[in-house]
Ligand binder design. Structure first.
Ligand SMILES: Nc1ncnc2c1ncn2[C@@H]1O[C@H](COP(=O)(O)OP(=O)(O)OP(=O)(O)O)[C@@H](O)[C@H]1O
Ligand SMILES: [Mg+2]
Length: 383
């Protein structure tokens, strides 16, 4: 009798790691210039079918321009964009299997929810019964069956957002582009809608590319996040890797809160670890670089506040210890962030989780405290 195959657990969605997988979208050395201004700078990236791909970056870094090129509203100045292996440079927007979702105000106010969803299908002159069936399917998908006959002003902001989503999914695009789709929603509704978006994306198998200013949102919904700067993608990676192993000071600083300490590396330390000399007369920081670092390299040590421990007693047997004074406390309900000034004058942030509703405050302003962290808690960056 044969043994059942050992379970390998749920398969992980990571087509970008599979060399046999063919990307749905390929940007090949794409540059977009407006006059002598370069909005997209020699950008190369692959995006795979069924991905939820998030673009994150400061205002003006080229996110919308990238989307508009995908949708066909702009053409690259140089380079190629391939969809399913073919160059889409000369394909007009309405002939691409791509749709762009606009904000709720783009709904037609005089049309009902159903008519809004049917709009693109009618324009394509589909038979009536097919349109009706498709609209029904879309209403079910976004759970708005009961609201089919209402006008946009008779439903809530979140519901309008769902109508807009249903409308952009009605023609079953291969690729849906979402430029700040949840911008108009408040925090709570935004979170709910994020989960709905993820569910709809999974159910329909559509590839989503989303632009958001909200990094938490990008981290929640995305299979991969691209962090952009001046028309380039600085890092393209899964949310956890972007957060835990940023490839540069720019990414570390852009995503989440971080403590940054500049120093000089001395490579001769045990088990691939290095020492970072960061202040006269202070013990070096011991850290783990991702690549070997030559002796004497200038580098930046980056550590997230939640990985910095704080205590009143001197911690024993730890390698990264600093003494300081609490100068500020930010209480955020679920967490508290302590701003601790160390003798060099720099501020270090340490974060603790508030797991109990009523907790005796352990630290207060002007308290002398110790900070410490493990040798693997931070990253050493050279870029
Ligand atoms: N049609 C245009 N003509 C000239 N410059 C443009 C044009 N469209 C965009 N730009 C410039 O290209 C840069 C990138 O614009 P883009 O709209 O892609 O930024 P973004 O990343 O979407 O920013 P935001 O987060 O503010 O929406 C900006 O500096 C913008 O001024
Ligand atoms: Mg934009």
């Amino acid at each position: 009798m044969s043994e059942p195959a050992p379970s390998t657990g749920p398969s992980v969605f990571a087509p970008w790691n599979d060399p046999a997988e063919r990307p749905l979208i390929q940007f090949q050395n794409v540059t977009k210039r407006f006059g002598d201004f370069t909005a997209i700078d020699n950008l190369t990236v692959d995006i795979y079918a069924r991905e939820f791909f998030a673009l994150l970056g400061p205002s003006g870094c080229g996110k919308t321009t990238l989307m508009r090129m995908l949708a066909g509203f702009e053409t690259p100045t140089e380079g190629y964009i391939l969809l399913d292996g073919s160059d889409i440079g000369s394909v007009p927007p309405n002939r691409r299997a791509v749709n762009m979702m606009f904000q709720s105000y783009a709904l037609f106010p005089h049309l009902t929810v159903s008519e809004n969803i049917a709009f693109g299908l009618k324009r394509d002159k589909l038979p009536k019964d097919q349109i009706a069936a498709r609209v029904d399917e879309m209403l079910r998908l976004v759970q708005l069956q009961k609201f089919a006959g209402r006008k946009p002003h008779q439903i809530s902001g979140g519901q309008r957002q769902r109508v807009a989503l249903a409308r952009s999914l009605a023609k079953a695009p291969k690729l849906l582009l979402l430029d700040e789709p949840l911008g108009a929603l408040d925090k709570k509704l935004r979170t709910d809608t994020q989960f709905e978006l993820m569910e709809i994306q999974e159910t329909t198998g559509t590839t989503f590319v989303i632009v958001t200013h909200d990094q938490e949102e990008a981290m929640t919904v995305a299979s991969r996040v691209a962090v952009m700067d001046h028309g380039k993608m600085v890092q393209v990676d899964t949310p956890d890797r972007i957060y835990e192993t940023p490839n540069s000071v720019y990414v570390a600083d852009f995503i989440g809160d971080v403590n940054l300490v500049e120093g000089t590396a001395s490579a001769h330390h045990r088990d691939g670890k290095i020492e970072i000399h960061w202040a006269e007369g202070k013990p070096p920081i011991v850290g783990t670089p991702m690549q070997p670092i030559a002796d004497g390299t200038r580098c930046t040590f980056a550590i997230r506040p939640e990985k910095v421990h704080i205590s009143k007693e001197h911690p024993e047997g730890k390698s990264n210890i600093m003494q300081g004074k609490i100068i500020d406390i930010a209480y955020l309900g679920n967490i508290s962030t302590y701003h601790v000034q160390i003798p060099t004058g720099e501020i270090f942030k340490a974060q603790t989780a508030n797991t109990r509703r009523i907790e005796r405050r352990k630290f207060t302003w002007d308290d002398e405290v110790w900070l410490w962290w493990s040798e693997t808690a931070g990253v050493v960056l050279t870029g």
